[in-house]
Design a protein around this ligand. Structure first.
Ligand code: SF4
Length: 377
């Protein structure tokens, strides 16, 4: 039944079994044997990126030295959290893997206004901070277009044009019953996804959208619209790659900015972050004795997830943690200390890099499309 999992880009999405999304929504499983070229992507290698739509199109573009775009964005409502980092890491990966790749990063300030009631002055400050994060993570600014939805006239025009191609029933079927403003912001997101294919950016081309699984409704809408408007715009059907959602530190599904204590952010003071990790939900047994006897349950453990998804660079370390856990050779307190050290090392280094990139972030947000086009030549 389709309603056993609800994918809600604006609400809470609870996915225990990602394989269900293949039948329910037509997401394709990410068969690593078909995409060996992307083996250096840690998320793909470790099955964190679990599904896709038309990823073959991007692989083909890379093999044929064709221009393609990788696009996604962030809703500027607070500091970068680990979910935002996953999307950013995939953008950066697919930007760096080919010199023919161009990255597009949308600051969804219109959505933040509609969904969260934040003013454009508030989101502008947050956006500067968020863009400094993606730069510190490694985005190449010379091959990137970073823009605010509210300032992107083409995106707005596309949303307006697309409004003729949808009905209330269609929006409700994709998103459920939502306030009218969210349907409008969904059309703006479709404008974001298809922006790299507009005339001003060189026309139709493959576009890859890395997103969390809960954002799939936006991908479906954009693909529907790409088909519907093919006669006018000759859009290539956008591709997508989906990552699993990062759980909150308390083990609830999806780390969310709506619950600040449940999430680790890239702005967290490393000492505070350490405390958060030390009190996160684990898959440990009730007693040390039972832990040694039966082993822990890494599949349930948020601390293990922090290592496997985010902070352990080395595959051998991930394997070691898993094996020692299930064999009862690891005690959660020590294991969390080890993870906390990985987290604090990462944050110290990231925050050091980021502090130097605030001016660059402002410059990038102020840069016009024309300057970008020139810089790409
Ligand atoms: Fe999690 Fe480590 Fe405890 Fe295993 S030993 S359950 S991985 S915290």
């Amino acid at each position: 039944m389709k309603d056993t999992i609800k994918l809600d880009p604006w609400g809470t999405t609870d996915i225990r079994d990602y394989s269900k999304l293949f039948d329910l929504f037509g997401i394709e499983p990410l068969d690593k044997s078909k995409f060996r070229a992307f083996e250096s992507n840690r998320y793909i290698r470790r099955n964190i990126d679990f599904g896709h739509r038309n990823l073959e199109r991007i692989l083909k573009a890379i093999e044929n030295n064709e221009l393609y775009a990788v696009m996604s964005g962030i809703k500027p409502t607070g500091p970068f959290h680990l979910g935002s980092k996953m999307t950013a890491d995939d953008i950066i990966y697919f930007q760096k893997i080919s010199r023919n790749a161009r990255a597009f990063y949308a600051i969804a300030d219109v959505e933040a206004y509609c969904d969260n009631g934040l003013t454009f002055a508030e989101t502008s400050e947050i956006a500067t901070n968020n863009v400094a994060d993606i730069l510190a993570l490694g985005l190449d600014p010379d091959r990137a277009y970073v823009y605010k939805q509210s300032e992107a006239l083409t995106v707005m025009n596309m949303a307006f044009i697309f409004s003729r191609g949808v009905t209330n029933n269609m929006m409700e079927a994709i998103y459920g019953k939502k306030p009218f403003g969210l349907y409008v912001s969904a059309l703006i997101q479709a404008g974001d996804i298809l922006l790299p294919q507009t005339e001003g950016f060189g026309g139709p081309k493959p576009v890859l959208v890395p997103v969390g699984a809960d954002q799939d409704p936006h991908i479906r809408l954009a693909r529907d619209l790409a088909k519907k408007y093919y006669p006018d715009f000759k859009f290539v059907l956008p591709s997508a790659i989906y990552h699993k959602l990062t759980r909150s530190l308390s083990g609830e599904y999806k780390m969310s900015k709506r619950d600040p204590l449940s999430l680790l952010t890239l702005d967290d003071n490393p000492t505070l972050a350490k405390k958060k990790v030390m009190s996160c939900f684990t898959g440990g047994r009730e007693t040390t004795e039972n832990q040694k006897k039966y082993g822990g349950e890494p599949e349930k453990c948020v601390n293990y997830e922090l290592c496997v998804i985010h902070f352990a660079e080395d595959d051998a370390l991930v394997k070691k943690i898993y094996n020692e856990c299930v064999q009862g050779k690891r005690i959660c307190g020590d294991c969390k200390k080890e993870a906390a050290e990985l987290v604090t090392n990462f944050l110290n280094e990231h925050q050091r890099r980021k502090a130097k990139l605030i001016d660059k972030s402002r410059e990038l947000l102020a840069r016009s499309r024309e300057q970008l086009i020139l810089s790409l030549k």
